[in-house]
Every structure is written in structure tokens, then in C-alpha cells.
Design a protein around this ligand. Structure first.
Ligand SMILES: [Zn+2]
Length: 444
């Protein structure tokens, strides 16, 4: 008999939901993790004869599944959570968000807001996210330190902000950041042209050329509301997606966020170009923007990921909540209760999201060889009993936070609901500090 193989960690759980193979649930199995990767899924009975772990974690009431992928957010905006609500998109942006950002956003704001967001994301099961915000070098440093995985897109706009003065300046700073993180194992830098309505043709063309050359992702807000589509048609004679196609921006590297206003031709253009869609249902509902026709996009073979958008328009970064909303909204939008079933939603929030971010070879499912980006969800609460269908329970009855553990690349970042890389008391103090500065007159 051979000696057991030495490995870093074994996590033994009641269930493992690996996403691949589709619909599969392993019972009483263990996830074997070594050097940041998944070594095997092995029946718990006998696992210690095969492997000798440095650490053994037993989770008898939990399901292990891939960490969730939040494909669109503005992490630092968690400091503006609940700051301006019940407003339509353009008034919300122009009268509230943009002036407040001009007054307050600097590297300290982005550092503190991002850390607050990272804590919220970890606690709600997100291990990988895509960001678009000012001072992305600060965001990247915070992610590096906290240990999550991220696609960080640097913003590009025609007009000045506290981070850059014009489109060339944004691109110049962004390219320097991209160079700095070229070989980072967890952080990928991409282009974040804010939206078609905040960028003229020349920078969009330049972004298309550079993205192709660098094979870097491009994430853009697109067709968010009927008003912004109509405005584009008035100004350019083209719908925003037609203009992007015309400028060469639409490709498999392009991630279109929102897409609530889509004609048949828009959907054909998406399909032909290989661009993907990021669906942010709660933000779309809250800003009354519209509904992305997710089931139709999937039926046409378009990749769709799920995102929360920033906390200022959601108002949380809870991906399980977003999954529930997307499933319910998708059914009523398709007028079909079988649309967006539970398993499809879990796929969209894990492997589907990873695919849109170009990370599906590394993460998104629990398979040998992939990075150990894993979460554990506790399922023994009374209000989850009885438990007939695990996937349904996770999708339709998972409103409160039941995520207890999270690993990224094999490193434990949340253990028994406690952070290993973030200081919760410090985060609370800094959130309060910004609240007092931004709205000092508040009695709270
Ligand atoms: Zn957004």
C-alpha cells in the first residue's frame, strides 16, 4: 500500500455542487486542494487514506460550490450606498452621483469604498468580480491585498474627473496600470469606456485598436435605458450598438452591460460579433431602465453573465440576491415559468460569468486542475427545511447570508464567517467617517 499524498487542504462537505458536470451534486465528498488548485473530488470515506492534508476542514451542513462571479460593479461606490435613491438614470447621474464624485472621490475614498465592497462580496459568496471606477490602481492594490480575483477595467470618458483630464489621459494611465499587472495571477486589467454617450468616436476607435492588440477585455454600459438609445439615434443616426460596430469596438472581447433595450437586429449584431452581455437586474429595476431579454439571448447562443452594478444603484452587492431577482424577472419577462431555471442561474453566476470575463479555463466550476475558488453555504437553517432540491433552495430561498467560507486560489479568505484579510471594525469606522463627511447634517 502506498503512502497518502501530501496536500495543503481537504474540505469535507455534506454536498459538493461542481457546476460541471451539469446538474451533478456529490454527497459526502471532499474537495482536495493543493498549491492553489483543485486536486480532486473524492468520497470522504477513504479520503484520508489517499491524501494527507496539512489542514482538514469539516463542513457537515454545507454545500461547496464555485465562488460567484459578479461581472459588473463599481466597488468603491459602496460608500454611496443609499445616497440618492428613487431617481431616473440621467437625473441620478447628473444631479447627484457625478457632482458627489467630483467633490469626494480620491484614492482614499476608492481604497475605503473598495475594501468595504470586498468584505460584502466575500460574505455573500463572490470571489471574483469586474470593476469599473476611478483610481483603478487603488482598487487593484486593495484586491491584491485582500486576496480576491478581479477584472479591473479602467474608466475612459471624454470629460475630466478627479482621476484623469481627458480620454487620452485616462487611456495613458490605464495602460500603465495594465503593464504593472501584466503577470498578476488574480488581477486582469481591461478597458472600461464608460458608455457610448460619454465618449466620442476617436477614443472609442483607439480603445478598439488597443484592446485587439493587447487582447484585453472591454466593458461598456450599453442600451441601459430607452432614453439613451433614442438620444444616440438623434445624435448619430445609429443605435449605440451599431455605432460600436461601426467604430470596430464590438468583438468577442466586448462585454456589454445592461442591454435592456434590444431590437431583433441588435441581438443579431451581438450574436454575430461574439460580444457578451452582463445582466444587472436589480439596478435596471431600481432605475426603471427596462428588462434585458436574457432567455432570448441565451437561446441565440450569446454569453450572459450576472452583475450587481454599484451599491449606489442596487443597493447591495449580494450575488445570491441578484440570482433570485434575475430568475424571477426572467420568467415574467419571457412570460414563461420554465425560463431561467435554477440550474441555469447557478451556471450564469459561476461558469457563465467566468466565460464572459475570459476566465472559464481557470475558474467557474469545481474540476481538477482549476483554481480553488470555492465557497461554502450553510443549509441547516430551519427556514431552509425541508430540502428537496438543492439548486432551487440556493436560488429561490437564499435571501439571508449563509455563506460561511470562501477560498480564492486555495487561500481561505472567509473562515467560519470571519475575514482572514480584512478588519471589520476598521471598515465600519471608515464607512462612518465618509458618511459624516459626505452628509454631515444627517442625524443617524
Ligand atoms: Zn454600472
Amino acid at each position: 500500500m502506498s503512502l497518502p499524498t501530501a496536500v495543503d487542504c481537504i474540505v469535507s462537505a455534506k454536498w459538493i455542487l461542481p457546476i460541471v458536470p451539469a446538474g451533478k451534486i456529490f454527497r459526502d465528498c471532499s474537495l482536495v486542494i493543493h498549491q492553489g488548485r483543485i486536486e480532486a473530488i473524492h468520497p470522504t470515506e477513504g479520503v484520508l487514506q489517499e491524501y494527507s492534508p496539512r489542514q482538514h476542514i469539516e463542513l457537515p451542513q454545507h454545500v461547496l460550490m464555485p465562488g460567484l462571479v459578479n461581472a459588473h460593479t463599481h466597488a468603491a461606490m459602496s460608500l454611496l450606498r443609499g445616497y440618492a435613491d428613487d431617481l431616473p438614470l440621467m437625473r441620478w447621474l447628473k444631479d447627484h452621483i457625478w457632482p458627489t464624485e467630483k467633490r469626494w472621490v480620491d484614492a482614499d475614498f476608492v481604497h475605503d469604498g473598495t475594501q468595504l465592497a470586498l468584505a460584502e462580496m466575500l460574505r455573500t459568496g463572490t470571489t471574483c468580480f469586474s470593476d469599473m471606477y476611478f483610481f483603478p490602481e487603488t482598487t487593484a492594490a486593495a484586491v491584491h491585498q485582500a486576496g480576491l480575483r478581479a477584472q479591473i477595467t479602467f474608466p475612459v470618458l471624454d470629460f475630466p474627473t478627479n482621476w484623469a483630464k481627458d480620454a487620452d489621459d485616462y487611456i495613458h494611465k490605464g495602460l500603465m496600470l495594465q503593464d504593472d499587472y501584466r503577470s498578476h495571477p488574480r488581477i486582469r486589467i481591461g478597458f472600461g469606456p464608460h458608455a457610448d454617450y460619454t465618449l466620442s468616436d476617436a477614443p472609442l476607435k483607439r480603445i478598439a485598436m488597443l484592446a485587439e492588440e493587447l487582447q484585453a477585455p472591454v466593458q461598456i454600459h450599453l442600451h441601459e435605458t430607452a432614453a439613451d438609445v433614442l438620444q444616440a439615434v438623434d445624435a448619430t443616426g445609429m443605435r449605440p450598438i451599431e455605432r460600436l460596430l461601426d467604430l470596430g469596438v464590438l468583438s468577442p472581447l466586448t462585454q456589454c452591460v445592461h442591454m435592456t433595450q434590444l431590437s431583433d437586429r441588435d441581438i443579431d449584431l451581438l450574436q454575430q460579433s461574439g460580444a457578451s452581455v452582463i445582466h444587472c437586474p436589480e439596478s435596471n429595476l431600481k432605475l426603471a431602465s427596462g428588462i434585458c431579454p436574457v432567455q432570448r439571448l441565451l437561446d441565440q447562443g450569446i454569453n450572459v453573465a450576472l452583475g450587481t452594478d454599484g451599491a449606489a444603484s442596487n443597493n447591495d452587492l449580494d450575488m445570491f440576491g441578484e440570482i433570485t431577482t434575475a430568475a424571477l424577472l426572467g420568467k415574467v419577462a419571457a412570460r414563461d415559468a420554465t425560463a431561467l431555471p435554477a440550474w441555469q442561474m447557478l451556471h450564469m453566476a459561476t461558469l457563465g460569468g467566468a466565460k464572459v470575463l475570459g476566465l472559464d479555463a481557470q475558474i467557474g466550476s469545481l474540476e481538477a486542475g482549476k483554481a480553488a475558488d470555492v465557497i461554502a453555504v450553510r443549509l441547516d437553517d430551519l427556514d431552509m427545511a425541508p430540502l428537496y432540491e438543492l439548486a432551487s433552495q440556493l436560488v429561490y430561498n437564499n435571501r439571508r447570508n449563509r455563506v460561511t467560507h470562501a477560498w480564492v486560489q486555495g487561500k481561505i479568505l472567509l473562515q467560519d464567517s470571519q475575514f482572514t484579510t480584512l478588519n471589520i471594525a476598521d471598515l465600519r469606522n471608515r464607512a462612518r467617517h465618509w458618511q459624516d463627511q459626505i452628509k454631515p447634517e444627517l442625524p443617524l
